[in-house]
Design a protein. Sequence first.
Lengths: 327, 348
Amino acid sequence: MRTIEFREALREAMNEEMRRDEKVYLMGEEVAEYNGAYKVSKGMLAEFGEKRVIDTPIAELGFTGIAIGSAVNGLRPIVEFMTFNFSLVAIDQIINSAAKMMSMSGGQFPVPIVFRGATASAGMLSSQHSQAFDNWYANCPGLKVIVPSNPYDAKGLLKSAIRDNDPVIFMESEQMYGDKGEVPEGEYLIPIGVADIKREGKDVTIVSFGKIMKQALSAAVELEKEGISVEVIDLRTIRPIDYATVITSVKKTNRLVIVEEAWPLGSIATEVAFKVQKEAFDYLDAPVIRITTADVPLPYAPTLIEASLPNVERVIKAVKEVMYVKK
Amino acid sequence: MEKVVIKTKKETPVAEKKSSTKFSKETYIKWFESMLLMRKFEEKTGHLYIQQKIRGFCHLYIGQEALVAGSESVLRREDRVITAYRDHAHPIGRGLHPKYIMAEMMAKVTGCSKGKGGSMHIFSKEFNFFGGHGIVGGQIPLGAGIAFADKYNGNDNVTLCYMGDGAVRQGALHEAFNMAMLWKLPVIFIIENNNYAMGTSVERTSNVHDLWKLGLSYEMPSYAVDGMTCEAVHEAIEEAVNRARKGDGPTLLEMKTYRYKGHSMSDAQTYRSKDEVKDYQAQDPIEKVLATIKKNKWMTDADIEAAEKNVEDIVAESVKFGEDSPYPTADELYKDVYTQTDYPYIME
Ligand SMILES: Cc1ncc(C[n+]2csc(CCOP(=O)(O)OP(=O)(O)O)c2C)c(N)n1
Ligand SMILES: [Mg+2]
């Protein structure tokens, strides 16, 4: 199968959906003439023209509101945030308008819109540019939240997100845009809300999603060498969460480690752990461990970043801990 | 932290001539030396970024130096300054020794933000520099708030709040402008109009291309200023500062300037022509100040060389200080987040 970059997979998804439905348009900072701050939308202005690929001023609150307004009046916008750090300027419109209008209107005004862009840390960018708000958005009823980890999932899920009639938050990573992966030529869709077992195993379950999945998968490879068989589940969607896949796996392995890039309090990890103790309490042979980013704003220095983020060593250590393996 | 002292030995000028301008010889020499320091420091920063000794997003001030030099010749040390992420020159203008900025960019614990902020988050409480802010436009209401406190406390300090031409399109500007006028806050809003927000020119962001006009709907005194000329900047700031100190409220100054380099260290600059860059370089503020100094024979060639040498020494000292300093150790991670020293972090 051919391999393409993550950014190309996203672009293909948008291109295909824009060809399919003329109501779909893309809006955001530098998406048109500059071809995207991270080149995701490269060539889209040339194909679709400035009516459908629209550069905005740096005015997140305004263009987010405008896009939502257009969505309740028949269009299907894709809004790109250069990164989700900047979506906070617009979060009022996302939470108070996009996520509420359907319900407040008693079902009269669905909001078919996708908000997409990069989330979480991306190197030495310090605290204002390194935040994972995945769980913040996932906390809000009315939204759906997708955080893919590879090009194949990204394409299939983004297409589903664009066709979905509800507001979808779609989170990527600056550090994934260049990742290559197998993506078939033909059209396919991946349903929202379905987790994927990225690696089967029998001793321990690791649940993760998004960019940090790489740490989970690398740890599983390392642990295999030591005879520990790890099942790695990629949630892919964090609202709704596919609890069934997680519970089934935990009932098999009896041990769970959750790896996530957000801060610990109120994280997706916390939520999954709650559900597992409720539904699979008698199956657990060890307390659930979560690995998150340190409970601090992410600093700039490499030494402090190293001490903050989930990494392979921390995952391996956690797996051994739930296995009660010494060393 | 140590103050930067630019100590050039001035030889007695051959013939002390009266200036054709209202500014003193000392002011010109100060402008020249401080802008030269900013320029050389930023050139070095660019090199170190390419060598990966400085990481993250890094935005240079080259070309825009007159804005800071021309403002600082009006300000007092107690006045306050806040800006966005393009923030290396402002603290130098405030008087902070650049070695603390260099160490910060190199992520060292001796940096002005202990290696926690990096290039975009230079801060110096001691020099009343309220930072380096990364969310475009976020500093606009903050600047008004800093001024609010000075008014509340009954002193006559003023706040300079810098922002880019891209930042003026944030809604926060309007709310801040309105309240700053309503409450007559001693704040001066300075638009560093370098004509681009990343790859987007001013013309492509609005119907309103004269950014100073944004103040008019709040009846704020608002002016356009030649930001490539220290004299013009100084005069505009002086008038605004006087108004603010008297309690007559804010001013908006659109300073027309230009950045010679890309938006950040990763920018192919396909959105503008080489000629456009050259046109602006021909009006270089440092060259202009130097021309006046030479015309008036305020510095000899030897003086100028000595000044250049001194600036190079300061930059070299800054790099050495940064390189010789250690990274923060992991125990720094749970410090400085709260003032409460025994805050119960979630640690697993
Ligand atoms: C709210 C927000 N949106 C987007 C960005 C990404 N961004 C960083 S700098 C920049 C351009 C700002 O241009 P301008 O205000 O003109 O300042 P300049 O860089 O020219 O000094 C953008 C879009 C951001 N940091 N914050
Ligand atoms: Mg600009």
